[in-house]
Design a protein. Structure first.
Length: 273
């Protein structure tokens, strides 16, 4: 039997959820997202769980959302609405989680796995971690409330370096220096240090906190607005062409041809969006 996609352990009031799909870099496929929803839902309802740690099976923390799987054969208007709905639901999963949640980044983190981590209470990282949000490279708009949280936490210039301009990918130490994360430890000490932080939170009676003084209502509104903008960007000429070229290079012909069809027929169907 194959191992579960999400490993769960509870000790000292701390539930650790480990994304366990290392062969696919713990990417957020539909199955992984279903496992995460289930794991977080159980932890929220479990009275014995006071704090959650979310981490990944080495070598990656998470490669982000599986963009190819986000596109299904459908009318473009239906597709746009589906993308907006699913994107909003992904980040609301973190916004709505009622207990303190600590992200333990054990390796590279990409895209939505970075922006969702910032929505949590704190981020502790291995020295092997890095943080990439390639929205500018992809030709899409920021998500996960990062259009507001990153400038508030990092300053507009640094936020633009990461989210838009050069697509800067800070290392763990660089992320600590700019205030994106809260602590860096040697790789082999990550989970012990995370558990120590989590139990200290329990001892202090810590409750759920949110970034930059924003409330859950604020974050829901930002998430909804960003999700609509992202859905429109996903149907742009630049994005569709780029995804076709990416999947063609990866020899994923069926997915590539789907993006090619959307790209080449866009002048027609865009009239009806």
């Amino acid at each position: 039997m194959s191992e579960p996609l999400l490993l769960t352990t509870t000790r000292d009031g701390v539930t650790t959820l480990t994304m366990n799909m290392p062969a696919r870099l713990n990417g957020w496929t539909a199955k992984m997202m279903m496992a995460l929803r289930g794991g977080l839902g159980q932890a929220a309802a479990d009275d014995a769980t006071k704090v959650v740690i979310l981490t990944g099976a080495d070598p990656y923390y998470c490669a982000g959302v599986n963009l190819g799987a986000a596109f299904k054969p459908a009318h473009p208007r239906t597709l746009r609405d589906y993308i907006a709905k699913e994107n909003a639901a992904l980040f609301n999963l973190f916004i709505d989680f009622p207990k303190p949640i600590l992200i333990a980044v054990n390796g590279p983190a990409l895209g939505a796995s970075v922006t969702s981590a910032v929505l949590c209470d704190a981020i502790i990282a291995s020295e092997k971690a890095s943080f990439s949000t390639p929205f500018g490279e992809l030709g899409v708009t920021p998500e996960g409330c990062s259009s507001k949280t990153f400038p508030a936490l990092l300053g507009q210039q640094t936020a633009d370096r990461i989210l838009r301009d050069e697509g800067w990918k800070p290392t763990a130490q660089e992320a600590l220096d700019i205030g994106l994360i809260h602590r860096v430890v040697p790789h082999e000490q990550l989970m012990d240090a995370a558990h120590e932080m989590a139990t200290a939170w329990i001892a202090s009676g810590r409750t759920r906190t949110y970034p930059a003084g924003l409330s859950p209502d604020d974050l829901h509104a930002i998430n909804a607005e960003e999700s609509q903008a992202l859905a429109n960007a996903f149907l742009s000429t630049r994005f569709l062409k780029g995804r076709f070229q990416f999947f063609w290079r990866k020899n994923k012909r069926q997915t590539a041809l789907m993006f090619l069809t959307l790209w080449t027929t866009r002048p027609v169907w865009s009239l009806f969006l």
